[in-house]
Design a protein around this ligand. Structure first.
Ligand code: SF4
Length: 204
């Protein structure tokens, strides 16, 4: 594993932010298991977790006019660095006035041991949370969260709480990893929760 300091990197037309390599999950399908990079990045394995100043410097080196959205998503779970993430989001809003998305495993309240969803108000425009499967038992087997069997219900509670503070709430599964019937069950869960269901490609 080659370690670099790729903090901001391009995926499609968006600027992705890589804040940490820590993650409360160990998903069986995680891209990190067999590759070092995503999109137009170099290695996403970090030498150390970047400070707010280092993140600002990384943004300063980018031509931000080429991007449509800033996305917190790297080789780790962004809510593991919640306080820095909020500071970066505030900086992005004030400096670039761009929409911000958070891609997360939905375990942020467990990770931070409090309800972090109110913090997102006015900063996060879209949140994409990994549902992975409609079945709790299967979720536990696939996601292998350090929070064990608390993770699935906590993730769904996180979705419900986030709806009050984030305009666009998306629950996602990864294409080809579950059956069509399971995808229909996921669509029903999303309809019941009043959020958008998205089947996403591996790299997104
Ligand atoms: S939540 Fe994301 S980063 Fe963490 S193990 Fe799963 S796929 Fe990998």
């Amino acid at each position: 594993m080659e370690k670099k300091m790729t903090i901001v990197y391009k995926v499609h037309q968006n600027a992705y932010v890589n804040l940490t390599n820590r993650c409360s999950s160990a998903c069986t399908f995680c891209l990190r298991q067999n590759r070092d990079r995503v999109g137009e990045s170099d290695s996403l394995w970090l030498d150390h977790e970047p400070s707010l100043e280092e993140v600002k410097e990384a943004f300063a080196q980018q031509d931000m006019s080429q991007y449509q959205e800033v996305v917190f998503c790297g080789f780790g779970e962004p809510t593991e660095r919640w306080e820095v993430l909020l500071q970066v989001a505030k900086f992005v809003k004030e400096t670039y006035h761009m929409p911000i998305r958070l891609n997360t495993n939905g375990q942020g309240n467990l990770i931070n041991q409090r309800d972090i969803t109110p913090d997102m108000k006015g900063l996060i425009d879209t949140i994409s949370i990994s549902l992975n499967t409609p079945n709790e038992e299967k979720y536990n087997a696939i996601v292998r969260s350090e929070f064990g069997d608390k993770a699935f219900s906590a993730m769904l509670s996180f979705v419900k709480e986030a709806k009050a503070y984030v305009p666009n709430v998306i629950l996602s599964t990864v294409a080809t990893t579950i059956t069509t019937e399971e995808e229909e069950q996921c669509a029903k869960i999303c309809a019941d929760l009043g959020v958008t269901y998205r089947i996403r490609p591996w790299e997104d």
